[in-house]
Design a protein around this ligand. Structure first.
Ligand SMILES: [Fe+2]
Length: 380
C-alpha cells in the first residue's frame, strides 16, 4: 500500500482512508437539533400507472410476498422481513417515488426528526397511525435535497418467512438492501446525510476532487442509500437482496423464459464499489430495481472508506463490462408531500458518463496504461 495525500492505494487498485475526503463548498447548515437515530432503510412507496402490470412484475416475476392489498395499493415484503412491508405500489397518474422510508429506533426519534428538519426550514408533516397501512405514526419531510423522506418506529409485525423454504423460488428476494438517489451536488448531499447520522463507506472521485457518487450507511452494510451525481432530485433505484449469486442468475433465466429479457437493463455482474453481485431491472413504469447480494460488513467505527478513481473501469463493474448510457441518464421522478413531481435541477459538475466513455472520456484497466485494456473503448 502506498500513500497519496490522505488516501492509501491498496493492492486492489482503489484507495482507502479513515474519513471520507469529501468537502462541500456549498454546505447545508448543520442543525443544532440532534438527528433522529435511524435504524435502516425500510420501504419505498412507488407510484405506478398500471397496478396490475406492476403487481405481476413484483409478485409473479420477482416473487415478493403480498402482505395486504386493495384496489389502489399493494403492500409487499421480502422473505426475511418481519415488518409489514418493504415496498408499496400505489396506483397514480405519474410514475414516481412518494417516499424513501426509514425506520427509527424509538418513537421519540420522530420528535427529533421534526425538530431536525424544521430547523432546516423544510416542510414537515406528521402522519397519524394507519395513514400508511401497517405503519404507526410517521413523519414525512421534503428534505433539503428535494427528496420525500419518511421516518417511523411503530409498525405491524408480520410472519418472517425465512424458514418457509416451500415458498422460496430460485430467485428469492430476502431483504430490502438500499435506495439510490440522484442529486446534482454530491458533496452537498453527503454533508447533509452525515449530519443526519450516515457514514460514507465508498465513493467515486477524480484527481481534481470532483465527487461522482457516494455510498452511505446506517445499518452495517455498504449502504442504506447512495448519492449518484446527476440531474435531480430523482430516484435511481431500489435494491433487494438475494442470498447468493446463483439466485440472480435464476432471475435472468426466468426473465428469458418469460420473454421479458428487455426488463434487464444492466448485468448480471460484479460491482467494484461494494463488491456485491448485481443485476439492474426496469419495472413496467421504468422504475429501476437492483437485485444485489454479498457486500461486506461495515459496522466497526474505524471501517475504512474506499475511494475509487472515476477512470478505473472496474469501479462499477469489476469485470470491466460497459455501463449502458440509460443507467447513467434515466431515473424516476420524486414527489413532494402534495403528490406533485419535484422539478429536476441539472448537474453542473462533470458527468461520470462524459468523463469515462466516448470521445472525451477515458478509462483504464491498469493504472498508467491508457492505450490498452479499456474494454468499453473497444466496443463503442
Ligand atoms: Fe445499488
Amino acid at each position: 500500500m502506498t500513500n497519496r495525500d490522505d488516501k492509501t492505494l491498496t493492492s486492489s487498485g482503489f484507495y482507502v482512508s479513515q474519513e471520507a475526503p469529501i468537502h462541500s463548498g456549498n454546505p447545508i447548515p448543520t442543525p443544532t437539533a440532534p438527528a433522529p437515530d435511524i435504524l435502516r432503510c425500510a420501504y419505498m412507496e412507488l407510484v405506478v400507472t398500471d397496478l396490475a402490470a406492476s403487481r405481476n412484475f413484483y409478485v409473479e416475476v420477482l416473487g415478493l410476498t403480498v402482505t395486504e392489498e386493495d384496489e389502489d395499493t399493494v403492500y409487499l415484503r421480502s422473505l426475511e422481513e418481519f415488518i409489514h412491508h418493504n415496498l408499496v405500489l400505489r396506483k397514480g397518474p405519474v410514475a414516481a417515488v412518494a417516499a424513501f422510508s426509514y425506520r427509527v429506533r424509538t418513537p421519540e426519534d420522530l420528535d427529533k426528526a421534526v425538530a431536525f428538519y424544521t430547523e432546516l426550514g423544510c416542510r414537515v408533516e406528521r402522519r397519524a397511525e394507519g395513514w400508511t397501512k401497517g405503519i404507526g405514526e410517521s413523519v414525512r419531510v421534503e428534505d433539503p435535497l428535494g427528496f420525500p423522506y419518511e421516518f417511523f418506529h411503530d409498525v405491524e409485525h408480520v410472519e418472517r418467512l425465512a424458514w418457509r423454504y416451500d415458498l422460496y423460488t430460485p430467485g428469492a428476494l430476502v431483504r430490502l438492501d438500499h435506495f439510490n438517489q440522484v442529486t446534482p451536488d454530491v458533496p452537498r448531499a453527503v454533508g447533509f446525510m452525515q449530519d443526519l447520522g450516515f457514514r460514507v463507506t465508498e465513493d467515486i472521485q477524480d484527481e481534481a476532487g470532483t465527487v461522482y457518487a457516494a455510498w452511505m450507511r446506517r445499518k452495517p452494510t455498504v449502504h442504506d442509500t447512495a448519492m449518484t451525481g446527476g440531474d435531480g432530485p430523482r430516484m435511481h433505484h431500489v435494491a433487494f437482496s438475494t442470498h447468493e449469486k446463483h439466485n440472480i442468475l435464476a432471475i435472468c433465466d426466468k426473465l428469458g423464459a418469460l420473454r421479458m429479457s428487455d426488463a434487464i437493463e444492466r448485468g448480471p455482474g460484479r460491482h467494484g464499489v461494494s463488491n456485491a453481485f448485481y443485476l439492474y431491472l426496469r419495472d413496467p413504469d421504468g422504475h429501476r430495481v437492483e437485485i444485489y447480494t454479498q457486500d461486506y460488513y461495515t459496522g466497526d467505527p474505524d471501517n475504512p472508506v474506499v475511494t475509487w478513481d472515476v477512470h478505473d473501469n472496474q469501479r462499477r463493474d469489476w469485470w470491466g463490462n460497459p455501463v449502458v448510457p440509460s443507467w447513467y441518464t434515466e431515473a424516476s421522478l420524486v414527489l413532494d408531500l402534495d403528490g406533485n413531481p419535484r422539478p429536476v435541477v441539472a448537474r453542473t459538475d462533470d458527468s461520470e458518463m462524459a468523463v469515462t466513455i466516448g470521445a472525451d472520456g477515458f478509462s483504464y484497466t491498469r493504472m498508467g496504461d491508457e492505450e490498452k485494456g479499456f474494454k468499453l473503448g473497444n466496443t463503442l
